[in-house]
Ligand binder design. Structure first.
Ligand SMILES: O=C(O)CCC(=O)C(=O)O
Length: 402
């Protein structure tokens, strides 16, 4: 199947410790095929794996079903590697994700005031050092954010049969379910999601747009329209922060730039110490805008995981690999992951913004000079390359390097 263009991910977790965790986990809970704990203890890792259901069988059932039935997660969900230190850092490196006021950084401001220049400077530092920022002053009304959170939650609370009206097949990208079956040996995420293409409009597949709750489609249209305005605002501010023409990145993304929505639901998880809601990855997008209703998302900075705080009107803007290419390596996409919690669920909405399909992208001309020679190739369809690597548990950015 040819996959729809998608955001994507990756970085493989340390296999040796994850494997030993898998065995430990099986020891504690037994397999969901009823094999005895004693027997599992005696098995080699390979034998254990062959006794348990494969990824496609597991993915045919939703995490929410497992959680509601209090079933223990199977081995393929076990992905957390606890060299994963998420303790507060004490080494003096800032641990607060920068906050950027887009109303100040916005190029619509013709007056190059001190505040405007300062905010552009802050934006550039945030994206060079963190690859992400918490956006305020983004112009998306609180009422729109509240409605998106409310209706998303309502969708995931519907009975399974109702949600399955917009279900995807295990190998497909768009619709309700989980990401397509990853390559052998890769882990599964403790989450369910609804993934839909929204812009350009001709790519929409209405069969995946829920009719229930009745307000879902209206919310989707409204929220993603606001996201489109915000992505344009961010694109212009990023260009100006690098002393480029305001529309430089928008021209690189093309008129048919993609905006895709991913509505995530993270069920309570019996083993948050072993299982992640979403594996560590970078996005294959230009950039992604994320809204969450509870903590769980973490970004990596200097080898430490930093929790993204939940503030109702703040949106996280996160660079994807394609901005690394277009900024000639100045902006760095951060590795990020989602933790699970034993009590309480979580929702998030990710808006993935990517260049028009088949459009060649490469470093912006204005960012190539003697001091910073061209470090990335011009290429097309990076998102597809990225997805291939993500499925195998690794990053694709080396494919773009000169
Ligand atoms: O749930 C989140 O906060 C992050 C979502 C995300 O990274 C994704 O959907 O790719």
């Amino acid at each position: 199947m040819s996959k729809p263009r998608c955001h994507s991910h990756a970085l493989r977790l340390s296999s040796s410790s994850s494997h030993s965790r898998r065995v430990d986990f099986c020891r504690s809970f037994g397999s969901d095929q009823g094999t005895s704990n004693h027997k599992l203890m005696a098995e080699t890792i390979g034998e254990v794996s062959s006794l348990l259901p494969s990824a496609d069988i597991l993915l045919a059932r939703r995490v929410q079903e497992l959680a509601l039935n209090h079933e223990q997660p199977a081995h393929l969900y076990i992905s957390r590697n606890d060299d994963d230190d998420d303790e507060p850092r004490r080494d003096g490196i800032p641990s607060e994700i920068p906050v950027i006021d887009l109303s100040k950084a916005s190029p619509s401001d013709t007056d190059p005031s001190h505040d405007h220049r300062q905010e552009l400077h802050n934006l550039r530092s945030a994206l060079s050092e963190w690859g992400c920022f918490q956006a305020i002053g983004h112009g998306v009304p609180s009422s729109c954010l509240d409605e998106a959170r409310r209706v998303t939650r309502e969708f995931f609370q519907l009975p399974m049969d109702e949600k399955k009206k917009v279900a995807k097949g295990v190998e497909e990208m768009e619709g309700y379910g989980a990401d397509p079956v990853p390559a052998k040996g890769q882990f599964l995420d403790w989450s369910d999601r609804l993934y839909v293409e929204v812009f350009p409009e001709h790519r929409r597949k209405p069969e995946f747009w829920p009719e229930n709750p009745p307000s879902f489609r209206v919310m989707l249209e409204d929220y993603m329209t606001k996201m489109r305005m915000m992505t344009e605002q961010v694109s212009r501010a990023m260009a100006r922060s690098l002393d480029l023409e305001d529309d430089c990145f928008l021209d690189l993304f093309g008129k048919g730039a993609l905006l895709q929505g991913r509505f995530n639901y993270y069920s309570p998880c019996p083993r948050p110490d072993l299982i992640l809601g979403l594996k560590p990855h970078t996005d294959g997008t230009s950039f992604t805008v994320i809204m969450q209703d509870a903590e769980g998302l973490q970004v990596m900075r200097e080898n430490r995981w930093i929790t993204v705080p939940t503030k109702p009107d703040t949106l996280l803007v996160l660079m994807g690999d394609q901005m690394e290419i277009m900024s000639n390596g100045i902006f760095k996409p951060p590795l990020h992951r989602v933790l699970t919690h034993s009590h309480g669920d979580r929702i998030s909405i990710a808006a993935f913004y990517s260049p028009e399909p088949h459009k060649e992208i490469g470093p912006a001309d204005g960012l190539i000079n003697e001091a910073r020679p061209k470090a990335y190739k011009n290429m097309k369809d990076y998102a597809d390359i990225h997805w291939g690597y993500y499925q195998k548990g690794s990053r694709a950015i080396h494919e773009a390097k000169v």
